[in-house]
Design a protein around this ligand. Structure first.
Ligand SMILES: C[S@@+](CC[C@H](N)C(=O)[O-])C[C@H]1O[C@@H](n2cnc3c(N)ncnc32)[C@H](O)[C@@H]1O
Length: 486
Protein backbone atom coordinates (compact mmCIF):
# COMPACT_ATOMS: atom_id res chain seq x y z
CA UNK A 1 0.00 0.00 0.00
CA UNK A 2 1.49 3.31 -0.98
CA UNK A 3 -1.58 5.39 -0.14
CA UNK A 4 -5.07 5.11 1.34
CA UNK A 5 -6.80 4.69 -1.98
CA UNK A 6 -8.20 1.28 -2.98
CA UNK A 7 -6.14 -0.88 -5.39
CA UNK A 8 -6.29 0.14 -9.05
CA UNK A 9 -8.39 -2.83 -10.11
CA UNK A 10 -11.08 -1.73 -7.61
CA UNK A 11 -10.87 1.89 -8.78
CA UNK A 12 -11.37 0.73 -12.35
CA UNK A 13 -14.43 -1.34 -11.52
CA UNK A 14 -15.85 1.29 -9.11
CA UNK A 15 -15.84 3.94 -11.86
CA UNK A 16 -16.51 1.60 -14.80
CA UNK A 17 -13.23 2.51 -16.51
CA UNK A 18 -12.88 -0.10 -19.21
CA UNK A 19 -10.02 1.03 -21.48
CA UNK A 20 -11.22 2.72 -24.67
CA UNK A 21 -9.45 1.79 -27.86
CA UNK A 22 -10.49 5.04 -29.55
CA UNK A 23 -8.49 6.94 -26.90
CA UNK A 24 -5.44 4.68 -27.25
CA UNK A 25 -5.85 3.49 -23.67
CA UNK A 26 -4.00 0.53 -22.12
CA UNK A 27 -3.87 0.65 -18.33
CA UNK A 28 -0.88 -0.59 -16.32
CA UNK A 29 -1.86 -2.24 -13.07
CA UNK A 30 1.35 -3.67 -11.59
CA UNK A 31 2.49 -1.21 -8.95
CA UNK A 32 6.13 -2.34 -9.00
CA UNK A 33 6.37 -1.54 -12.69
CA UNK A 34 4.48 1.71 -12.29
CA UNK A 35 6.89 2.79 -9.57
CA UNK A 36 9.85 1.88 -11.76
CA UNK A 37 8.49 4.16 -14.52
CA UNK A 38 7.90 7.00 -12.06
CA UNK A 39 11.54 6.89 -10.96
CA UNK A 40 13.22 6.14 -14.32
CA UNK A 41 14.72 9.62 -14.59
CA UNK A 42 15.80 9.73 -10.93
CA UNK A 43 14.30 10.74 -7.55
CA UNK A 44 11.27 13.01 -7.70
CA UNK A 45 11.86 15.27 -4.70
CA UNK A 46 11.20 18.89 -5.59
CA UNK A 47 10.13 17.97 -9.14
CA UNK A 48 6.96 19.13 -10.90
CA UNK A 49 5.68 16.33 -13.12
CA UNK A 50 3.43 16.70 -16.14
CA UNK A 51 1.61 13.44 -16.83
CA UNK A 52 -0.43 12.84 -19.98
CA UNK A 53 -3.30 10.34 -19.97
CA UNK A 54 -3.33 9.26 -16.30
CA UNK A 55 -6.44 7.09 -16.81
CA UNK A 56 -7.41 5.58 -13.42
CA UNK A 57 -4.34 7.22 -11.88
CA UNK A 58 -1.86 4.40 -11.19
CA UNK A 59 1.22 6.32 -12.31
CA UNK A 60 -0.20 9.51 -10.78
CA UNK A 61 -0.27 7.82 -7.38
CA UNK A 62 3.27 6.48 -7.79
CA UNK A 63 4.52 9.97 -8.71
CA UNK A 64 2.87 11.58 -5.69
CA UNK A 65 3.91 8.81 -3.32
CA UNK A 66 7.40 9.01 -4.82
CA UNK A 67 7.84 12.57 -3.57
CA UNK A 68 6.96 14.78 -6.58
CA UNK A 69 6.35 18.39 -5.54
CA UNK A 70 3.31 18.61 -7.81
CA UNK A 71 1.67 16.55 -10.54
CA UNK A 72 -0.27 18.08 -13.42
CA UNK A 73 -2.33 15.27 -14.95
CA UNK A 74 -3.86 15.98 -18.36
CA UNK A 75 -6.76 13.63 -19.14
CA UNK A 76 -9.20 13.71 -22.02
CA UNK A 77 -11.52 10.95 -20.82
CA UNK A 78 -14.18 12.45 -18.59
CA UNK A 79 -14.91 9.06 -17.00
CA UNK A 80 -11.51 9.13 -15.26
CA UNK A 81 -12.02 12.48 -13.51
CA UNK A 82 -13.79 11.17 -10.35
CA UNK A 83 -11.04 8.57 -9.78
CA UNK A 84 -8.39 11.27 -10.17
CA UNK A 85 -10.31 13.61 -7.84
CA UNK A 86 -10.15 10.91 -5.18
CA UNK A 87 -6.34 10.88 -5.51
CA UNK A 88 -6.33 14.68 -5.26
CA UNK A 89 -8.20 14.43 -1.94
CA UNK A 90 -5.46 12.18 -0.61
CA UNK A 91 -2.71 14.65 -1.68
CA UNK A 92 -4.15 18.12 -1.01
CA UNK A 93 -2.80 20.89 -3.30
CA UNK A 94 -0.36 18.52 -4.98
CA UNK A 95 -2.44 17.22 -7.89
CA UNK A 96 -3.91 19.40 -10.61
CA UNK A 97 -6.13 17.54 -13.05
CA UNK A 98 -6.56 19.24 -16.41
CA UNK A 99 -9.47 17.96 -18.46
CA UNK A 100 -8.58 18.33 -22.14
CA UNK A 101 -6.77 17.06 -25.21
CA UNK A 102 -3.01 17.11 -24.63
CA UNK A 103 -2.45 17.83 -28.33
CA UNK A 104 -4.16 21.17 -27.84
CA UNK A 105 -2.56 22.10 -24.53
CA UNK A 106 0.72 23.97 -24.17
CA UNK A 107 2.40 21.98 -21.39
CA UNK A 108 5.06 24.66 -20.91
CA UNK A 109 2.51 26.76 -18.99
CA UNK A 110 2.67 24.23 -16.11
CA UNK A 111 6.45 24.40 -15.75
CA UNK A 112 7.31 25.32 -12.17
CA UNK A 113 10.94 24.83 -11.17
CA UNK A 114 12.52 21.60 -12.37
CA UNK A 115 9.83 19.90 -14.45
CA UNK A 116 9.65 16.43 -16.02
CA UNK A 117 7.16 14.85 -18.37
CA UNK A 118 6.45 11.29 -17.23
CA UNK A 119 3.69 9.33 -18.94
CA UNK A 120 2.33 6.11 -20.28
CA UNK A 121 1.31 7.93 -23.47
CA UNK A 122 -2.00 7.11 -25.17
CA UNK A 123 -0.52 5.27 -28.14
CA UNK A 124 -2.61 7.01 -30.80
CA UNK A 125 -1.19 10.45 -29.94
CA UNK A 126 2.26 9.45 -28.68
CA UNK A 127 4.24 10.45 -31.77
CA UNK A 128 2.64 13.86 -32.38
CA UNK A 129 3.01 14.72 -28.68
CA UNK A 130 6.68 13.78 -28.67
CA UNK A 131 7.32 15.66 -31.91
CA UNK A 132 5.71 18.74 -30.36
CA UNK A 133 7.96 18.55 -27.28
CA UNK A 134 11.07 18.10 -29.43
CA UNK A 135 10.36 20.94 -31.84
CA UNK A 136 9.56 23.87 -29.54
CA UNK A 137 11.03 27.23 -30.55
CA UNK A 138 12.90 27.61 -27.25
CA UNK A 139 15.79 25.35 -26.28
CA UNK A 140 16.66 24.16 -23.66
CA UNK A 141 12.97 23.30 -23.27
CA UNK A 142 10.66 23.71 -20.27
CA UNK A 143 11.31 20.14 -19.10
CA UNK A 144 14.57 18.86 -17.62
CA UNK A 145 13.83 15.22 -18.54
CA UNK A 146 11.11 13.01 -20.01
CA UNK A 147 10.32 9.34 -19.27
CA UNK A 148 7.73 8.18 -21.76
CA UNK A 149 6.23 4.85 -22.61
CA UNK A 150 5.70 3.96 -26.28
CA UNK A 151 4.97 0.90 -28.32
CA UNK A 152 8.39 -0.77 -28.72
CA UNK A 153 8.41 -0.20 -32.46
CA UNK A 154 8.06 3.57 -31.91
CA UNK A 155 10.75 3.51 -29.20
CA UNK A 156 13.09 1.84 -31.68
CA UNK A 157 12.41 4.55 -34.23
CA UNK A 158 13.30 7.17 -31.62
CA UNK A 159 16.70 5.74 -30.67
CA UNK A 160 17.67 4.41 -34.13
CA UNK A 161 21.09 5.23 -35.60
CA UNK A 162 22.05 5.90 -39.26
CA UNK A 163 21.88 2.70 -41.27
CA UNK A 164 19.24 1.12 -38.98
CA UNK A 165 15.98 0.12 -40.63
CA UNK A 166 14.05 2.22 -38.09
CA UNK A 167 16.16 5.38 -38.68
CA UNK A 168 14.04 8.30 -39.84
CA UNK A 169 12.72 11.75 -38.94
CA UNK A 170 11.90 10.86 -35.37
CA UNK A 171 15.46 9.63 -34.68
CA UNK A 172 16.96 12.75 -36.24
CA UNK A 173 14.76 15.11 -34.21
CA UNK A 174 15.22 13.20 -30.96
CA UNK A 175 18.96 12.70 -31.42
CA UNK A 176 19.54 16.28 -32.48
CA UNK A 177 18.19 17.83 -29.29
CA UNK A 178 18.23 15.08 -26.66
CA UNK A 179 20.04 12.01 -25.46
CA UNK A 180 17.31 9.39 -25.87
CA UNK A 181 17.63 5.85 -24.54
CA UNK A 182 15.39 2.84 -24.05
CA UNK A 183 15.35 2.29 -20.27
CA UNK A 184 13.42 -1.02 -20.29
CA UNK A 185 10.82 -3.03 -22.20
CA UNK A 186 7.47 -4.32 -20.98
CA UNK A 187 5.49 -7.39 -22.02
CA UNK A 188 1.90 -6.95 -23.24
CA UNK A 189 0.56 -8.90 -20.26
CA UNK A 190 1.47 -6.02 -17.96
CA UNK A 191 -1.38 -4.02 -19.46
CA UNK A 192 -5.16 -4.20 -19.35
CA UNK A 193 -6.29 -4.93 -21.97
CA UNK A 194 -3.09 -6.57 -23.24
CA UNK A 195 -1.96 -4.83 -26.44
CA UNK A 196 -0.61 -6.89 -29.33
CA UNK A 197 2.91 -5.51 -29.05
CA UNK A 198 5.70 -4.89 -26.55
CA UNK A 199 6.12 -1.47 -24.94
CA UNK A 200 9.25 0.43 -23.97
CA UNK A 201 10.03 3.28 -21.61
CA UNK A 202 12.30 5.85 -23.23
CA UNK A 203 14.18 8.53 -21.29
CA UNK A 204 15.08 11.85 -22.88
CA UNK A 205 17.67 14.26 -21.48
CA UNK A 206 17.72 17.58 -23.34
CA UNK A 207 21.14 18.57 -24.70
CA UNK A 208 22.20 21.96 -23.40
CA UNK A 209 23.60 23.05 -26.76
CA UNK A 210 22.45 21.00 -29.75
CA UNK A 211 23.99 21.80 -33.15
CA UNK A 212 22.43 25.11 -34.20
CA UNK A 213 19.67 24.83 -36.83
CA UNK A 214 16.19 26.18 -37.49
CA UNK A 215 13.68 23.51 -36.39
CA UNK A 216 11.33 24.19 -39.26
CA UNK A 217 14.11 23.77 -41.84
CA UNK A 218 15.34 20.54 -40.28
CA UNK A 219 11.77 19.23 -40.34
CA UNK A 220 11.32 20.21 -43.99
CA UNK A 221 14.60 18.57 -45.03
CA UNK A 222 13.97 15.33 -43.12
CA UNK A 223 10.38 15.17 -44.32
CA UNK A 224 11.51 15.39 -47.95
CA UNK A 225 14.52 13.09 -47.53
CA UNK A 226 12.75 10.30 -45.62
CA UNK A 227 9.52 10.73 -47.61
CA UNK A 228 11.37 8.75 -50.27
CA UNK A 229 13.99 7.00 -48.22
CA UNK A 230 15.07 4.58 -50.91
CA UNK A 231 15.72 7.28 -53.50
CA UNK A 232 19.00 9.11 -53.90
CA UNK A 233 19.08 12.49 -52.18
CA UNK A 234 19.52 14.42 -55.41
CA UNK A 235 16.06 13.09 -56.33
CA UNK A 236 14.28 13.27 -52.97
CA UNK A 237 15.56 16.80 -52.27
CA UNK A 238 14.92 18.00 -55.82
CA UNK A 239 12.22 20.49 -54.88
CA UNK A 240 14.44 21.95 -52.12
CA UNK A 241 17.38 22.79 -54.31
CA UNK A 242 18.60 19.26 -55.14
CA UNK A 243 22.14 19.08 -56.48
CA UNK A 244 22.98 22.71 -55.56
CA UNK A 245 21.89 22.23 -51.97
CA UNK A 246 23.76 18.94 -51.62
CA UNK A 247 26.92 20.41 -53.10
CA UNK A 248 26.78 23.34 -50.67
CA UNK A 249 26.43 20.92 -47.76
CA UNK A 250 29.26 18.74 -49.08
CA UNK A 251 27.05 15.66 -49.44
CA UNK A 252 27.13 13.36 -52.47
CA UNK A 253 23.81 13.39 -54.34
CA UNK A 254 23.94 9.62 -54.75
CA UNK A 255 23.61 8.99 -51.00
CA UNK A 256 20.28 8.10 -49.35
CA UNK A 257 18.51 9.64 -46.36
CA UNK A 258 19.05 6.62 -44.13
CA UNK A 259 22.86 6.98 -44.42
CA UNK A 260 23.13 10.59 -43.22
CA UNK A 261 23.98 11.35 -39.62
CA UNK A 262 22.39 14.16 -37.64
CA UNK A 263 25.21 16.61 -38.31
CA UNK A 264 24.74 16.14 -42.04
CA UNK A 265 21.00 16.81 -41.76
CA UNK A 266 21.77 19.94 -39.75
CA UNK A 267 24.20 21.08 -42.46
CA UNK A 268 21.53 20.58 -45.11
CA UNK A 269 18.99 22.59 -43.08
CA UNK A 270 21.45 25.44 -42.57
CA UNK A 271 22.53 25.53 -46.21
CA UNK A 272 18.89 25.48 -47.27
CA UNK A 273 18.25 28.53 -45.07
CA UNK A 274 21.34 30.25 -46.46
CA UNK A 275 20.11 29.66 -50.03
CA UNK A 276 16.71 31.08 -49.15
CA UNK A 277 18.28 34.15 -47.53
CA UNK A 278 20.42 34.92 -50.54
CA UNK A 279 17.13 34.85 -52.48
CA UNK A 280 19.06 33.75 -55.55
CA UNK A 281 16.07 32.30 -57.37
CA UNK A 282 13.05 34.17 -58.74
CA UNK A 283 10.31 35.02 -56.18
CA UNK A 284 6.67 34.26 -56.96
CA UNK A 285 4.55 34.65 -53.87
CA UNK A 286 3.93 38.35 -54.37
CA UNK A 287 2.56 37.59 -57.86
CA UNK A 288 -0.33 35.40 -56.83
CA UNK A 289 -2.38 37.99 -55.04
CA UNK A 290 -4.21 39.50 -57.96
CA UNK A 291 -3.54 41.48 -61.08
CA UNK A 292 -2.93 38.47 -63.33
CA UNK A 293 -4.95 36.96 -66.15
CA UNK A 294 -6.10 33.33 -65.70
CA UNK A 295 -3.91 32.30 -68.61
CA UNK A 296 -0.94 33.69 -66.68
CA UNK A 297 -1.67 31.45 -63.69
CA UNK A 298 -0.57 28.35 -65.54
CA UNK A 299 2.65 30.05 -66.60
CA UNK A 300 3.26 31.20 -63.07
CA UNK A 301 3.10 27.63 -61.73
CA UNK A 302 5.14 26.30 -64.65
CA UNK A 303 7.99 28.60 -63.62
CA UNK A 304 7.42 28.22 -59.90
CA UNK A 305 7.25 24.40 -59.66
CA UNK A 306 10.88 23.80 -58.74
CA UNK A 307 11.18 26.51 -56.08
CA UNK A 308 7.58 26.47 -54.75
CA UNK A 309 8.29 24.28 -51.70
CA UNK A 310 11.27 26.34 -50.68
CA UNK A 311 9.50 29.69 -50.94
CA UNK A 312 6.11 28.68 -49.58
CA UNK A 313 6.93 26.14 -46.93
CA UNK A 314 10.57 26.83 -46.16
CA UNK A 315 10.49 30.60 -45.97
CA UNK A 316 6.88 31.20 -45.00
CA UNK A 317 5.98 28.18 -42.84
CA UNK A 318 2.91 27.44 -45.00
CA UNK A 319 0.31 26.39 -42.42
CA UNK A 320 -2.80 25.72 -44.46
CA UNK A 321 -2.07 22.11 -45.61
CA UNK A 322 -1.75 20.89 -42.01
CA UNK A 323 -4.84 22.84 -40.92
CA UNK A 324 -6.90 21.35 -43.75
CA UNK A 325 -5.65 17.78 -43.17
CA UNK A 326 -6.50 18.07 -39.47
CA UNK A 327 -9.93 19.50 -40.30
CA UNK A 328 -10.60 16.57 -42.64
CA UNK A 329 -9.49 14.05 -40.03
CA UNK A 330 -11.96 15.45 -37.50
CA UNK A 331 -14.93 14.89 -39.82
CA UNK A 332 -13.80 11.73 -41.64
CA UNK A 333 -12.99 8.81 -39.32
CA UNK A 334 -12.21 6.39 -42.11
CA UNK A 335 -8.46 6.84 -42.68
CA UNK A 336 -8.63 4.31 -45.53
CA UNK A 337 -11.18 6.47 -47.38
CA UNK A 338 -10.41 7.58 -50.93
CA UNK A 339 -9.46 11.28 -50.91
CA UNK A 340 -8.93 13.70 -53.80
CA UNK A 341 -6.51 16.59 -53.23
CA UNK A 342 -7.77 19.17 -55.72
CA UNK A 343 -5.10 21.52 -57.08
CA UNK A 344 -2.49 19.39 -55.34
CA UNK A 345 0.40 21.46 -56.73
CA UNK A 346 3.77 20.04 -55.63
CA UNK A 347 2.11 17.75 -53.10
CA UNK A 348 2.51 19.71 -49.84
CA UNK A 349 -1.22 19.33 -49.19
CA UNK A 350 -0.99 15.57 -49.94
CA UNK A 351 1.95 15.16 -47.56
CA UNK A 352 -0.10 16.78 -44.79
CA UNK A 353 -2.97 14.38 -45.51
CA UNK A 354 -0.62 11.43 -45.27
CA UNK A 355 0.74 12.75 -41.98
CA UNK A 356 -2.81 12.99 -40.67
CA UNK A 357 -3.14 9.25 -41.38
CA UNK A 358 -4.88 9.14 -44.77
CA UNK A 359 -3.49 6.48 -47.07
CA UNK A 360 -5.50 6.48 -50.31
CA UNK A 361 -4.91 9.94 -51.76
CA UNK A 362 -5.26 11.04 -55.38
CA UNK A 363 -4.17 14.44 -56.63
CA UNK A 364 -5.09 16.58 -59.62
CA UNK A 365 -3.84 19.89 -60.94
CA UNK A 366 -3.79 21.88 -64.17
CA UNK A 367 -0.03 22.47 -64.12
CA UNK A 368 1.97 19.55 -65.50
CA UNK A 369 5.14 20.96 -63.96
CA UNK A 370 3.60 21.06 -60.48
CA UNK A 371 2.26 17.52 -61.02
CA UNK A 372 5.76 16.35 -61.91
CA UNK A 373 7.19 17.65 -58.62
CA UNK A 374 4.25 16.09 -56.74
CA UNK A 375 4.89 12.75 -58.40
CA UNK A 376 8.47 12.69 -57.04
CA UNK A 377 7.06 12.80 -53.49
CA UNK A 378 5.35 9.41 -53.90
CA UNK A 379 2.37 10.50 -51.81
CA UNK A 380 -0.44 10.07 -54.31
CA UNK A 381 -1.98 6.86 -55.63
CA UNK A 382 -3.07 8.55 -58.82
CA UNK A 383 -2.07 11.96 -60.15
CA UNK A 384 -3.95 13.42 -63.08
CA UNK A 385 -4.36 16.57 -65.10
CA UNK A 386 -7.56 18.47 -64.37
CA UNK A 387 -8.64 22.03 -65.01
CA UNK A 388 -11.44 22.61 -62.53
CA UNK A 389 -12.67 25.59 -64.53
CA UNK A 390 -13.23 23.35 -67.57
CA UNK A 391 -15.36 20.46 -66.27
CA UNK A 392 -15.77 17.56 -66.41
CA UNK A 393 -12.57 16.33 -64.83
CA UNK A 394 -11.41 12.75 -65.25
CA UNK A 395 -13.19 11.23 -62.23
CA UNK A 396 -16.50 9.42 -61.96
CA UNK A 397 -19.66 10.47 -60.17
CA UNK A 398 -19.55 9.95 -56.40
CA UNK A 399 -16.06 8.41 -56.55
CA UNK A 400 -14.47 10.02 -53.48
CA UNK A 401 -15.03 9.70 -49.72
CA UNK A 402 -13.60 13.16 -49.13
CA UNK A 403 -11.65 15.98 -50.78
CA UNK A 404 -9.40 18.91 -50.00
CA UNK A 405 -8.78 22.06 -52.01
CA UNK A 406 -5.84 23.86 -50.42
CA UNK A 407 -4.76 27.24 -51.76
CA UNK A 408 -6.71 26.78 -54.97
CA UNK A 409 -9.72 29.01 -54.50
CA UNK A 410 -7.84 32.24 -55.14
CA UNK A 411 -7.71 35.14 -57.59
CA UNK A 412 -7.43 33.74 -61.13
CA UNK A 413 -7.25 30.15 -59.86
CA UNK A 414 -10.25 27.86 -59.41
CA UNK A 415 -13.51 29.79 -59.57
CA UNK A 416 -16.29 29.26 -56.98
CA UNK A 417 -18.51 27.62 -59.64
CA UNK A 418 -16.06 24.69 -59.71
CA UNK A 419 -17.78 23.58 -56.50
CA UNK A 420 -20.53 22.04 -58.66
CA UNK A 421 -17.98 19.77 -60.33
CA UNK A 422 -16.28 18.92 -57.02
CA UNK A 423 -19.64 17.92 -55.53
CA UNK A 424 -20.31 15.65 -58.52
CA UNK A 425 -17.32 13.45 -57.70
CA UNK A 426 -18.00 13.28 -53.94
CA UNK A 427 -20.09 10.52 -52.39
CA UNK A 428 -23.28 11.63 -50.61
CA UNK A 429 -22.34 12.67 -47.07
CA UNK A 430 -18.65 13.14 -47.98
CA UNK A 431 -16.74 16.10 -46.53
CA UNK A 432 -14.80 18.74 -48.46
CA UNK A 433 -12.21 20.97 -46.77
CA UNK A 434 -11.23 24.22 -48.45
CA UNK A 435 -8.22 26.23 -47.30
CA UNK A 436 -7.85 29.70 -48.73
CA UNK A 437 -6.17 33.01 -48.03
CA UNK A 438 -8.31 35.70 -46.44
CA UNK A 439 -7.80 38.14 -49.30
CA UNK A 440 -9.78 35.98 -51.70
CA UNK A 441 -12.33 34.99 -49.07
CA UNK A 442 -13.00 38.68 -48.35
CA UNK A 443 -14.05 39.13 -51.97
CA UNK A 444 -17.23 37.23 -51.03
CA UNK A 445 -17.83 35.26 -54.23
CA UNK A 446 -17.03 31.92 -52.63
CA UNK A 447 -19.29 32.66 -49.67
CA UNK A 448 -22.07 33.59 -52.13
CA UNK A 449 -21.71 30.20 -53.79
CA UNK A 450 -21.78 28.45 -50.39
CA UNK A 451 -25.02 30.24 -49.57
CA UNK A 452 -26.63 29.16 -52.85
CA UNK A 453 -25.61 25.53 -52.32
CA UNK A 454 -26.71 25.54 -48.70
CA UNK A 455 -30.08 27.10 -49.52
CA UNK A 456 -30.64 24.45 -52.18
CA UNK A 457 -29.91 21.77 -49.57
CA UNK A 458 -26.91 20.48 -51.54
CA UNK A 459 -24.29 21.06 -48.84
CA UNK A 460 -24.03 21.97 -45.22
CA UNK A 461 -21.19 24.16 -43.92
CA UNK A 462 -19.79 22.44 -40.85
CA UNK A 463 -17.19 25.02 -39.80
CA UNK A 464 -15.27 28.11 -40.82
CA UNK A 465 -12.03 28.88 -39.00
CA UNK A 466 -9.61 31.72 -39.49
CA UNK A 467 -5.95 31.10 -38.67
CA UNK A 468 -2.46 31.04 -40.15
CA UNK A 469 -2.06 30.69 -43.89
CA UNK A 470 1.46 31.96 -44.61
CA UNK A 471 2.47 33.12 -41.13
CA UNK A 472 5.88 34.58 -41.97
CA UNK A 473 4.32 36.76 -44.67
CA UNK A 474 1.61 37.72 -42.15
CA UNK A 475 -1.17 36.27 -44.34
CA UNK A 476 -4.15 34.69 -42.61
CA UNK A 477 -6.48 32.15 -44.13
CA UNK A 478 -9.78 30.35 -43.70
CA UNK A 479 -10.24 26.62 -43.32
CA UNK A 480 -13.81 25.80 -44.28
CA UNK A 481 -15.39 22.37 -43.88
CA UNK A 482 -18.50 21.38 -45.86
CA UNK A 483 -20.44 18.18 -46.15
CA UNK A 484 -22.30 17.08 -49.27
CA UNK A 485 -25.86 16.25 -48.32
CA UNK A 486 -26.69 12.56 -48.08
C1 LIG B 1 -1.13 27.78 -54.25
S1 LIG B 1 -1.01 26.27 -55.14
C2 LIG B 1 -1.55 25.11 -53.94
C3 LIG B 1 -0.96 23.76 -54.14
C4 LIG B 1 -1.16 22.78 -53.00
N1 LIG B 1 -2.56 22.45 -52.81
C5 LIG B 1 -0.58 23.38 -51.74
O1 LIG B 1 -1.35 23.69 -50.82
O2 LIG B 1 0.65 23.54 -51.68
C6 LIG B 1 -2.39 26.38 -56.24
C7 LIG B 1 -2.46 25.20 -57.21
O3 LIG B 1 -3.71 25.31 -57.91
C8 LIG B 1 -3.50 24.92 -59.25
N2 LIG B 1 -4.59 25.49 -60.07
C9 LIG B 1 -4.84 26.79 -60.31
N3 LIG B 1 -5.92 26.90 -61.10
C10 LIG B 1 -6.35 25.66 -61.37
C11 LIG B 1 -7.42 25.12 -62.13
N4 LIG B 1 -8.26 25.91 -62.81
N5 LIG B 1 -7.57 23.79 -62.16
C12 LIG B 1 -6.72 22.97 -61.50
N6 LIG B 1 -5.69 23.41 -60.77
C13 LIG B 1 -5.50 24.75 -60.70
C14 LIG B 1 -2.11 25.47 -59.54
O4 LIG B 1 -1.52 24.83 -60.66
C15 LIG B 1 -1.38 25.21 -58.25
O5 LIG B 1 -0.72 23.98 -58.25
Amino acid sequence: MIDDIPPLRDVISKYGLDAKKSLGQNFLLDFNIIQKIALTSGPLDGITVIEIGPGPGGLTRALLAGGAKRVIAIERDERCLPALAEIGDCYPDMLEVVHGDALEIDCAQYCDGPTRIIANLPYNVATPLLTGWLTGENWPPFYSAMSLMFQKEVAERIVAKPGDKAYGRLAVLAGWRTDAQIAFNLDPQNFTPAPKVMSSVVTFTPKSSPLPARVKSLETITKAAFGQRRKMLRQSLKSLGGATLLERAGIAGTRRAEELDIEEFVNLANEWDAMAKSKSGPRFLSNIYGGKKPSDTKELYRDWANSYDQEVEGENDYAQPRRCAEALSTVLDDRAGHILDIGCGTGLSGLALREAGFAAIDGCDFSNEMLEVASAKSVYQRLFFADLNQPPIDASNEQYDGATAVGVFAFDHISPDALDEILRILKPGAPLVIGLNEKFYDKGTLEEKFNQLELAGIVRILSREIGDHLPVAGIKGWTITLRKSA
